[in-house]
Design a binder for this molecule. Structure first.
Ligand SMILES: [Zn+2]
Length: 285
């Protein structure tokens, strides 16, 4: 009798351990939260999606913990956003440490903004501006790359991914149309932002982005003075600040010019809502 019970328990444990390992494998790692939004919409409950750069930290400077570095091993795939400081520092190490994990570049085919392409000084990162997710039009390419990656790592659920891709692409197109309509009649054709996270957004909707951060560094008094003149000359109404960055310079420009200050989160996992919220701020007269 006792033997039968022991065999039963052992059997259960074995079954449990098999199931647990399998569930852990259904995991995709991404670098930033907006990617988690897109990947979760596509993968539904078939994969858990983990983000390396936690909310409130900067993907330019964040360093992963050893636990995070090893946890990547349990992923079937890693989705890179491309050109961002975190990946430039860590992607090669992650690839070397985890040869069994498939790495995919979500920026493939995106129309990139290169240094020197910007209209204004001080708004660039190295050679390529990494903030591709701030453009609904480029988000369509990011999502297509993710969809194709899912078909590659899990062809058995192709029908699910194809339907989710169709729905998500339609939602992103709808967001793009909404924003285009909102900004068409707005007199606001330029804005100030601390960190140049909206370069692609500005390009897509014919706006000009002026940055407080100067080449990745704190602004000089001369740069701040120039910005105040620009605000007055162009009657700029909105200054955007992000939670990861210092606010004091933005506040001083707002005080001096009467501009309104708005906290935005381009790294939000509520990508859709955040894009609309940013557009709303620029649509307001
Ligand atoms: Zn950035």
């Amino acid at each position: 009798m006792k033997n039968k019970y022991f065999l039963f328990i052992t059997g259960c444990l074995f079954l449990f351990s098999c199931t647990k390992t399998h569930q852990q494998e259904n995991r995709i790692t991404v670098t930033i939260e907006p990617q988690r939004y897109f990947a979760s919409q596509l993968a539904d409950t078939l994969f858990t999606v983990e983000t390396m750069v936690p909310p409130g930290t900067s993907p330019e400077t964040y360093d992963p913990s050893p636990v995070q570095m090893t946890a990547v091993a349990r992923s079937k795939a890693y989705f890179c956003i491309g050109y961002i400081g975190f990946e430039e520092a860590w992607a090669d190490k992650l690839k070397a440490n985890h040869p069994q994990v498939k790495f995919f570049d979500n920026s493939k085919g995106v129309s990139l903004i290169e240094t020197g392409a910007h209209a204004h000084e001080g708004c660039h990162h190295g050679k390529t501006d990494p903030h591709i997710w701030s453009s609904p039009r480029e988000a369509l390419t990011i999502v297509k790359n993710m969809y194709e990656a899912l078909l590659e790592i899990d062809p058995g659920h192709a029908a699910v991914y194809t339907e989710n891709y169709r729905l998500l692409a339609a939602r992103i197109k709808d967001t793009d149309e909404k924003i285009t309509d909102m900004l068409k009649s707005s007199s606001q054709k330029a804005f100030i932002i601390y960190h140049p996270a909206l370069s692609y957004f500005a390009r897509d909707y014919g706006l000009v982005q002026y940055c407080i951060e100067n080449d990745g560094k704190e602004p000089s008094p001369g740069h701040l003075k120039e910005l105040v003149e620009t605000v007055k000359n162009l009657q700029i109404k909105t200054i955007f600040v992000q939670q990861e960055f210092d606010r004091k310079n933005a506040e001083s420009i707002a005080r001096e010019t009467g501009c309104r200050l708005l906290v935005i989160n381009p790294l939000s996992c509520n990508w859709n809502e955040e894009m609309i919220r940013i557009a709303q701020a620029l649509a307001d007269e």
